[in-house]
Structure formats: structure tokens, C-alpha cells
Design a binder for this molecule. Structure first.
Ligand code: ADP
Ligand SMILES: Cc1ncc(COP(=O)(O)OP(=O)(O)O)c(N)n1
Length: 675
């Protein structure tokens, strides 16, 4: 549960804090203040250490209760969250990503668009920025009508657009304060570059962007953006661009990319202290480099080229993709001559397995800072998450920032929110490879957690089944097939005449396991006709058990030369005098165990997926040898279970659908291994 993130660890940076208690008091008095003042609980004693303290819970509840629309006092069923973003017609980033993430998190989404982009998974080809007046009109349309509980601000593009959004935001915060409304939570993604390497912010707008960032509760730079912010901060502090933020940036020097994740975290501390905002630093660039290096390594292994060639051939593109700025430098810094090793180095311990982000909170914004914080130091929380082996990460940054905005109302503080958003991202990125959208860096699966799949279960299963059937036939007729396969196949061909019954094909113990699974399916079914159907099947299979108990001998089928089961005591094939009749061999026990484990999960979908292979395979493989009535009954049962599996799959989340497919695949493999 999100309230107990055992993996949220904290440490404190040795960097000097720039936030004094005086400045935080000024923040607290202003509607432009951060959420430490506007959202956190009132001061209380040592119980502060427990960030789930009653005071915090009460404060949160009071805040949420005051978020009514003014027309009545009813608590809104969903938080209302605004996205200020540009578009992405391929649907993976920008406004489209935000809306999908909002819906996935169960909040109501508003959207004002800063620009319209011609982009896809391969890059950005054109951008039409909104006229600032028209953008303001959009923002006013939303904010004059609906309450905004939380917001995410993303691509701003030009200095004029930055100014427009900042001015509207300042007005909104004053207006909310005047009306006694709680300050909305504000997440700003300082979007500068797309993964394709395309720039999404004009150079002049980079300095201007800094003027809006202090209004945020949290900002979410990726590694190149962090480098740019740290660089610009250093130059602003030195006087460059400080007097006139719209003046041309210092082009003589360019941001230095961090070579390691630790360097990136240090940059995040500098930026957090400098701007006085929380920084959620995203590590995706290092993960993408590892995935691209992995893909390049695989390509290399296939082509048997030498490593130098591979690095040279792929590096410019990879590093452009991953970082955006100064590709040649980045390639040297981030990838180096031995990319995989370099990325290992960059990620620290077991880096390739993990893709951890960090949340850096300036001391003044840590509500319980008196407890464990070193005075003045920012608090660093590692947000753990596994690295997903994929290059399909278009829109990950957008989705992370919109998730933070959407999830914040549901959690008590930013640390919990950040870990929840991170956890959700891992699921969404894990589903990315299955989407098959676009030719470049594909988007993530926003609906991984809840939305049903749009595929027909039997379509995908038929592919699995026909492949297994073909492999089985190849194995049986292949001269290189194992001796046991051939013996098994030849026995099969001679031992069963046309019109034999199914009972002699299966051990009694195995049929018992199917009876158990069919009864379990009956008890999971909510539909009376499904219940009756499964009970009918169970009694049908059960009726075959006595015949199976005397007719089936597994030593003739499972291909083992020497049986070690107690009923054989090490006898060799041919020496068996029937001790094993009706008993399960190793493979059959695996099927029985699998069925029992699935029955224990109480899911009709999984049970249907587990039952289907047995009946469908029996129909395919034995149907022609059975009496017509038995063959007809078998295909009726198969069709009925297939219908139920399709219906359950339609209702299942993508994750549950995948579990059904995995279950059916495994049972198919096991069933064929027994034939
Ligand atoms: N391959 C990956 N495996 C796991 N998490 C990833 C991977 N790539 C990106 N992420 C996560 O996605 C989120 C967005 O990060 P990132 O891709 O760096 O942002 P951006 O899209 O702005 O460059 C972060 O939480 C990051 O850890
Ligand atoms: C309209 C728009 N806004 C932001 C981005 C950047 O998206 P991000 O999540 O950082 O991921 P990539 O697109 O870079 O993969 C964008 N592309 N478009």
C-alpha cells in the first residue's frame, strides 16, 4: 500500500541549503508559496517524524473538503487536474499523454494547449505555437469555470508562452487566496528536448523558463534538462542573463552533461536549492542508453562485428536520442568506448537492473525537517524501480509529471506521491513493448493497470495452439526426435484404434485434477448457465475416471526409460506389469499441480484459460479417432469454454489478460508434452 513504501529511503545532501527560515516564512505568507506552507500540517512536536501523523491527515482532509466548486459543499468524487501542454498526434506525449494518465489515475482532466506539434515516435517535424492571447483565453476559460485541484505544466516553447502561463498562474493563485480556496498543487516539467533529440524550447525561452519554476511545488527535469538548469543557474548567479531574462543565452558555453547518476543527483540538489523547489530527477536517459546498448550488443553479436565498429556506427544516433544536447559530447560522456560498462558505472550498484529516480527537497520544504534533516541540507529520497528493457519510452517524462499532479491529491506528501507515480510508470513502461505503436521510441501503456484488452482471447490462443501442434507433429515425424518421443508417438499410433474413448488416454489422477478445476470454475461463475455447464463437464470427466484408473499406463506414454516412482521400483520399460495404471507420471503431476494452483486463485478467467488447452487439444488430436457422439460433445465443451474465456478476457485488465494467455500457453506446453 502506498502509505508504507518500505523502499523509500532518505539521505541528506552535503550541499549547503540556500533556504533560510526567513525566506520560507515569506513563502508561507504568499499565495505563491510552496506546499510546505500552504499544504502541510501546522507545526507540531516530535510526532512530526511520522509523516502520517493525525495532524497531517486532518489537514489533508480539511484541504480536500474545502475543494468544492462553490455551488454546494459536496466533496468532489474526482480531483480536477489541469494539463498545460502541447499536442502529440501519435498519442504518446504532451496533452494526449496527460489526459490518458489522468484517466488512468481516476481524476478529471482539463487541458489548455500551448502549441500543436507535428511529431511521432521518431521525432518532431514542426511546431505551431499558440498566440499568447489565445492561450490566455484557454486558461481563463478553464479557471473561470472549474476549480483546479492540481496542475501539470509542460512544454512552453517560447518566452512569450512562458510569460503568458506564468502571469495567468500568478493571477490564479492570488484569486484562489482571495476566495479562500486551497492553492492547487503545481508540477512543472521543464520540457526542453524530446527523446528524438529535437528541441522543444527556443534557446531564448530557457532563461525565461526559470522565472516560472519557483511557482511549482515540484519540477521534473530529465538528465539533460537538469544539466541545462544547473548550467543556467550557475550563469544566472554569475550575472549572465540575470538582468534581462529575455536576452540571448550564453552560447559560448554549453551545459556539461553528468557522467554518472551521482553527478546528476548533485545537480538536482543545486537546482533545488537554487530555485527553492522540489526536484524530481528522472534517470530514464541512463536506462535508455543501457537498452540501446543492449540492442546494439545483440545486433553486434549477430553480425559478429567488432565492438569498436558497433559503438561508432550506433553511438551518434543513440546519444542524440537519449540526451538531445551536444550529442558528440554526450556520447563520450555517457557511453564512452565501452557503452555497457559506462552505463553500468553511471547507474551505480546493479545499475542495469534498476532505474531509480530521486526526489530532492530543499530543507525549507520538508515538513518534518526538524526531525531527521541536517539543518539546511536538502533531503534526498531515492525512488526505486526496476529498469525495463525497452526503447519504447516516448512520453515517459510527460506521463510521470501528469501522474504526480494526478496522484498528489490522493497522498499525504510528495514523497509518497513520487513513489506511487514511479511505481505506476514501471507498469506502464513494462506494457510498452506489447503496444506496437510507431517505428521509433514507442509510447507507454497508460491503461496497463485497469483497462480491458481489445483483443479476442481465442485469436491469440489459436496462434499459440497451432504453433504447439505443429511443433508436436514435427517432433513426432522428425528423424532427430528423441527416442522417447518416437516411442511415445509410435505407441500412440498403434495402441488407440478409431472409436477408442478418451478415458484410456489420461491417468485417473490427472482427470481428477480436471474435475477439481471444473468444480472450481463452477463456483467462480456468476452466471447460472455457466455453473450448470461446468458441473456437467465435471461429471462427464468424472465418469471417465474408473476406466482411466484401469486403462491408462503412463509408462507407455511419458517416454521415461526407467521409472523411479514407488509403483515401479526402477523397472525398465516393458517390465511394468501394470503398477502404474491410473497414476500420474512426472509431467502429468506438473499439470495436476498447475491446475490446483490456478483453482486456488479464484479467477474464472484463469480457470477458463487453464481448462481450454486440454479440451481443445483433445479435440484436435483425438477427435477423429473418437466415436461421433464423444467427438461432438468434446467440441461443444471446447467451444463453450472458449466462449467463456473470450468473455472473461474482454473484461480483464491487460495484466490479467496476459496472465490468462501465459496460463493457456503453459498448459498447452504441458499437455503436448504428455502426448
Ligand atoms: N527503461 C526504463 N525502465 C524503467 N523506468 C524508466 C525507463 N525509462 C524511463 N523510465 C522512467 O520514466 C520516467 C521518466 O523518465 P525519463 O525518461 O528520464 O523522462 P523524459 O521522458 O523527460 O526524458 C522516470 O520515472 C524514469 O525512471
Ligand atoms: C508536446 C510535447 N510535450 C512534451 C514532450 C516531451 O515528452 P517526454 O515525456 O519528455 O518524452 P519524449 O517525447 O521526449 O519521448 C513532447 N515530446 N511533446
Amino acid at each position: 500500500m502506498a502509505y508504507e513504501h518500505a523502499n523509500v529511503h532518505e539521505s541528506h545532501s552535503s550541499s549547503q541549503s540556500t533556504c533560510t527560515s526567513e525566506s520560507s516564512q515569506q513563502h508561507a505568507d504568499s499565495p505563491l508559496a510552496h506546499d510546505s506552507a500552504a499544504h502541510s500540517s501546522p507545526a507540531h512536536g516530535s510526532a512530526d517524524r511520522f509523516h502520517h501523523s493525525l495532524a497531517q491527515i486532518q489537514h489533508h482532509a480539511a484541504t480536500m473538503l474545502s475543494r468544492t466548486n462553490g455551488a454546494d459543499d459536496t466533496y468532489p468524487s474526482r480531483a480536477r487536474v489541469l494539463s498545460v501542454e502541447g499536442s502529440d498526434p501519435i498519442g504518446g506525449a504532451g496533452t494526449m499523454a496527460d489526459m490518458k494518465a489522468f484517466t488512468a489515475h481516476g481524476v478529471f482532466g482539463y487541458a489548455a494547449m500551448t502549441c500543436v506539434c507535428a511529431q511521432n515516435t521518431q521525432g518532431v517535424t514542426d511546431i505551431v505555437n499558440m498566440e499568447p492571447d489565445f492561450l490566455r483565453e484557454q486558461l481563463i476559460s478553464v479557471s473561470s469555470d472549474g476549480i483546479i485541484d492540481s496542475m501539470k505544466i509542460g512544454m512552453l516553447g517560447t518566452p512569450e508562452i512562458v510569460d503568458c502561463v506564468r502571469d495567468w498562474l500568478v493571477d490564479l493563485l492570488h484569486d484562489y487566496e482571495r476566495r479562500g480556496l486551497p492553492r492547487p498543487w503545481i508540477v512543472i516539467d521543464p520540457v526542453m528536448y524530446a527523446k528524438s533529440g529535437d528541441s522543444l524550447l527556443t534557446p531564448e525561452a530557457e532563461q525565461e523558463l526559470r522565472s516560472i519554476l519557483p511557482l511549482a511545488d515540484i519540477i521534473t527535469p530529465n538528465v539533460p534538462e537538469l544539466a541545462a538548469l544547473a548550467h543556467a543557474g550557475a550563469h544566472t548567479a554569475a550575472g549572465i542573463g540575470a538582468a534581462d531574462t529575455a536576452s540571448a543565452p550564453d552560447t559560448a558555453s554549453t551545459p556539461t552533461m553528468p557522467r554518472t547518476w551521482d553527478e546528476a543527483v548533485n545537480m538536482a540538489c543545486v537546482v533545488a536549492q537554487d530555485l527553492g523547489v522540489r526536484v524530481y530527477a528522472k534517470a530514464g536517459m541512463f536506462a535508455l542508453q543501457a537498452s540501446e546498448n543492449h540492442a546494439a550488443d545483440k545486433q553486434l553479436a549477430n553480425s559478429e562485428s567488432n565492438t569498436t565498429d558497433a559503438c561508432e556506427a550506433e553511438s551518434a544516433l543513440q546519444c542524440n536520442d537519449a540526451c538531445g544536447v551536444e550529442p558528440a559530447m554526450q556520447c563520450n560522456d555517457a557511453c564512452g568506448a565501452e557503452p555497457t560498462m559506462q552505463c553500468n558505472d553511471a547507474r551505480g550498484v546493479e545499475p542495469v537492473m534498476q532505474c531509480n529516480d530521486v526526489l530532492v527537497e530543499p530543507a525549507a520544504l520538508c515538513s518534518e525537517s526538524g526531525s531527521s534533516a541536517q539543518a539546511g541540507s536538502p533531503r534526498i529520497t531515492t525512488l526505486y524501480g526496476p529498469r525495463v528493457e525497452t526503447v519504447n519510452v516516448h512520453g515517459t517524462g510527460d506521463s510521470l509529471s501528469s501522474s504526480l499532479a494526478a496522484l498528489r491529491p490522493r497522498f499525504l506528501d510528495w514523497r509518497e506521491t513520487a513513489q506511487a507515480a514511479k511505481d505506476w510508470m514501471v507498469g506502464a513502461i513494462s506494457g510498452a513493448n506489447d503496444l506496437h505503436v510507431g517505428k521509433g521510441h514507442g509510447p507507454i501503456d497508460f491503461t496497463w493497470e485497469s483497462a480491458p484488452t481489445s483483443r479476442l482471447f481465442t485469436d491469440e490462443y489459436w496462434g499459440i495452439l497451432s504453433q504447439a501442434a505443429a511443433q508436436h507433429r514435427d517432433g513426432a515425424h522428425n528423424p532427430t526426435a528423441t527416442q522417447s518421443q518416437q516411442e511415445s508417438a509410435s505407441h500412440d499410433a498403434t495402441a488407440h484404434n478409431a472409436t477408442s474413448t478418451l478415458a484410456s488416454r489420461y491417468p485417473a489422477e490427472y482427470l481428477e485434477a480436471y474435475v477439481h478445476a471444473l468444480i472450481a470454475a463452477a463456483s467462480e461463475a456468476s452466471d447460472a448457465s455457466d455453473r450448470a455447464f461446468f458441473i456437467h463437464c465435471a461429471s462427464n470427466v468424472s465418469a471417465q475416471i474408473p476406466a482411466a484408473a484401469t486403462g491408462y499406463r503412463h509408462c507407455a506414454y511419458d517416454g521415461d526409460v526407467t521409472h523411479t516412482g514407488s509403483e515401479h521400483d526402477g523397472k525398465r520399460r516393458g517390465e511394468c506389469s501394470g503398477e502404474c495404471r491410473g497414476k500420474c507420471s512426472g509431467k502429468c503431476s506438473t499439470v495436476s499441480d498447475a491446475l490446483r494452483a490456478i483453482a486456488d486463485q479464484h479467477s474464472l478467467g484463469l480457470l477458463a484459460a487453464a481448462l481450454l488447452p486440454h479440451f481443445w487439444i483433445a479435440s484436435l488430436e483425438y477427435g477423429p479417432t473418437l466415436a461421433d457422439s464423444e467427438a461432438d460433445e468434446l467440441s461443444d465443451i471446447t467451444a463453450h469454454i472458449a466462449q467463456i474465456a473470450n468473455r472473461e478476457a474482454r473484461l480483464a485488465s491487460h495484466r490479467d489478460y496476459q496472465r490468462m494467455i501465459d496460463t493457456a500457453r503453459e498448459l498447452t506446453r504441458l499437455e503436448y508434452s504428455m502426448l
